[in-house]
Design a protein around this ligand. Structure first.
Ligand code: IVH
Length: 674
């Protein structure tokens, strides 16, 4: 049966529209359509293609994961070699680079484009008549591996270039750029690996490289990789602009993502300002970078400068200080936390990592030490990435001194001597001393005094250690019992500081239910959970009488938290301490508008749905939520009670987080609807 022209045309139109919206969404980061409308278009296309499979084209937006798994990667010979970059490690080398270039070009000053040096892997994308036909890794620069099906799963890479009215693309265009994994995707991936008992990946670069080399492209799709263009290879049948910056803008027009952080700068001084600026923002960037790259902006000048061995003369990678360093383990200490958890900590010979001096690193737990076989005396690689605390990555076994012994956590608490136990399915060993253990007591009091809990100004670690060690304070309520004279008699304290401490104590007596709950240090009850409980349960008395089942009705409270809460309020000592605190005048306002606990959790609640749900459409979710008495709204405001976030939730999720609105995932949604 002949397929009517109008269906063919409609398909083309749908694809073009979707492609255009992909461009706004992924390249310009400026969505022009509500997600629901976009989903509707995509579904319409999917349905039509299912009906007319003979009309599916390889560049259709539905064809991102289509190819069957392959058994190997074939070799690609790059039509133009993929080069590497020369490195600079300090300012001087940047000045020398600029001087060299000015001499060669016989000019006074040079304009550069500065951009982040992304920590991923280089790929080359070949577009023929605007269609992505081949993608290859860099390999050794001359030959790489073909990874087309995998690359097609990366949503920021257009399968088809945008057709511009006045400026069409070349017949053959090879785009070069970096495939990498954003930090958030990397963390998510490692969480999944941990949950599945798999080995975690060392860094986003390895995760990206591994992701691209999946034989089954469906696995690549799961890794949430992204792409930024930074150059071109072969071009046939078309002209390009005269400047590198214009070339990038041209690529962007064709639908290819470019770095939003790129900047045109003047001379070495401009390069160095850019470097400092990006270095200062390194941790806040959503992806990892290991430096910045400077490139001569004038393409004719680039041509004049040419290459030397495998790197262009016209570009320079200015590296950031390494986030890894070698040092020695001087000792392994065992710390006892607020809940009795024993944490082994490596004392290290001081070393600078990424510009910060590191003297100790957490070793997490016994399993971690056993797995890495870390011993006192070992030379180890320490790393610091993002705002993560320093970590020992691995041991340099070749440098292990003779006579070392494997480390074992003690069987008894190093502070109080009580027995150490470890639950069968837990990685953490704990001291069983409870509040008899002075380490646990100190930590509990420190937590109580901390800024986000009771905000006791001036109650630092040293002070608390002193009052616990000399027996003046056994629990948090005792803090309010000490007289001004007693505070003044402490080491390094006088009348003046005693007055200040008394003042801080007095001030802390007016608090909020959420802060007080958090201050109690109940296991698994962090700030967010405390706030949620205050909001949903309303008063401490009610909370103390609520059972595990009722608690679990509150979205966001799972069985573990519920168990710890009930357990806490079952201990007479805990109730006595709360009573004493109240007798000392600690008070807060209850939340009288908290819903009754036994009713439907969603009645009268306003919800917003965002992102893509995998088990149902958003319309379906909406109808079912409404049937439970919820109001489903299209935009997030302070009146929103919950935001349900699916995959790739965007600005609504950001807004919810900004407004402190509770965000739940699809699993919670399904529980609600069950
Ligand atoms: S340009 C002819 N620009 O760094 C120049 N490379 O050390 C070729 N890289 O293989 C590369 N960010 O994987 C360029 N903004 C950037 C880059 C970048 C990261 C990587 C790329 C390259 C390696 C060279």
């Amino acid at each position: 049966m002949a397929i009517s022209k109008s269906i063919q045309q409609h398909l083309i139109q749908l694809r073009t529209t979707i492609q255009e919206h992909n461009y706004y969404y992924y390249v310009l980061d400026n969505p022009q359509l509500p997600d629901s409308e976009y989903d509707r278009l995509l579904r319409e296309l999917q349905n039509l293609e299912a009906q007319y499979p003979e009309l599916i084209t390889p560049d259709s937006p539905t064809q991102r994961v289509g190819a069957p798994p392959s058994s190997a990667f074939s070799e690609v010979i790059h039509s133009l070699p993929m080069l590497s970059l020369n490195n600079a490690f300090d300012d001087n080398e940047v000045y020398e680079f600029d001087q060299r270039l000015r001499d060669r070009l016989a000019v006074n000053t040079i304009e550069y484009v500065a951009e982040p040096k992304l920590d991923g892997l280089a790929v080359s994308l070949r577009y023929e008549q605007g269609i992505l036909v081949k993608a290859a890794t860099r390999g050794d620069g001359a030959r790489g591996e073909e990874v087309t099906p995998n690359v097609k799963t990366i949503k920021t890479i257009p399968l088809k270039l945008r057709q511009l009215e006045d400026n069409s693309f070349p017949l053959v265009l090879e785009v070069r750029g970096e495939v990498f994994m954003p930090k958030a995707s990397f963390e998510q991936l490692n969480q999944q690996h941990l949950a599945n008992g798999e080995k975690t990946l060392a860094n986003p670069r390895n995760a990206a490289a591994g992701g691209l080399r999946q034989l089954d492209a469906r696995n690549t799709a799961k890794r949430k990789l992204t792409f930024v263009s930074y150059g071109v290879g072969l071009i046939e049948g078309g002209e390009l602009p005269k400047q590198y910056s214009e070339l990038l803008y041209q690529l962007q027009q064709w639908g290819l993502p470019i770095s939003v952080y790129l900047q045109i700068v003047q001379g070495a001084a401009g390069c160095l300002t850019y470097y400092q600026n990006l270095l200062a923002h390194r941790e806040a960037l959503p992806f990892e970078i290991d430096g910045v790259v400077y490139k001569v902006n004038d393409l004719a000048a680039q041509h004049t400068l040419g290459f030397i061995s495998r790197a262009p003369r016209w570009a320079l990678a200015h590296k950031f200080p390494a986030q890894e360093a070698l040092t020695q383990v001087l000792g392994i200490e065992v710390q006892v936390g607020r809940t009795g958890a024993l944490t082994p900590v490596a004392r290290l010979s001081p070393v600078s990592v990424g510009g910060v001096t590191v003297t100790n690193a957490t070793l997490h737990n016994q399993d971690e030490i056993t797995r890495k076989d870390i011993r006192v005396g070992d030379t180890v690689v320490v790393c610091r990435a993002g705002d993560v605390i320093p970590e020992v990555k691995r041991v340099v076994l070749a440098q292990r001194p003779p006579d070392t012994t494997a480390f074992q956590l003690p069987t008894h608490c190093p502070i109080c001597g009580a027995e150490v136990t470890r639950a069968q399915d837990e990685a953490i060993a704990r001291c069983t001393g409870g509040l008899i253990c002075s380490a646990q007591r100190k930590q509990a009091i420190q937590h109580f005094a901390s800024r986000r809990a009771m905000n006791l100004d001036g109650f630092g670690e040293k002070l608390i250690e002193q009052v616990v060690d000399n027996g003046l304070v056994k629990n948090v309520a005792d803090l309010y019992q000490l007289t001004r004279e007693q505070w003044a008699s402490l080491e390094h304290k006088g009348e003046k500081s005693a007055a200040k401490l008394m003042q801080a104590l007095a001030k802390s007596k007016t608090t909020t239910l959420a802060n007080f709950l958090y201050a109690l240090g109940i296991r698994e009850v962090g700030e967010t959970t405390a706030r949620l409980l205050a909001q949903q349960v309303g008063s401490l008395e009610r909370l103390a009488q609520t059972n595990e089942e009722q608690l679990q009705q509150i979205p966001g409270i799972g069985p573990v938290v519920a168990h710890h809460l009930v357990n806490f309020f079952q201990q007479p000592e805990n109730l006595a301490i709360i009573q004493q605190l109240q007798q000392h005048g600690v008070h807060w306002a209850d939340n009288s508008s908290a819903p009754p606990l036994s009713t439907q959790p969603l009645a009268g609640k306003t919800l917003v749905l965002t992102g893509t749900l995998s088990s149902m459409t958003r319309d379906e979710a909406k109808t079912r939520l409404q049937a439970l008495g919820a109001k489903v709204s299209g935009s997030v405001s302070s009146k929103t009670n919950y935001v349900v976030a699916g995959v790739e939730a965007g600005s609504k999720l950001d807004k919810a987080l900004k407004l402190g609105i509770q965000v739940v995932d699809e699993t919670t949604l399904i529980e609600w609807l069950a």
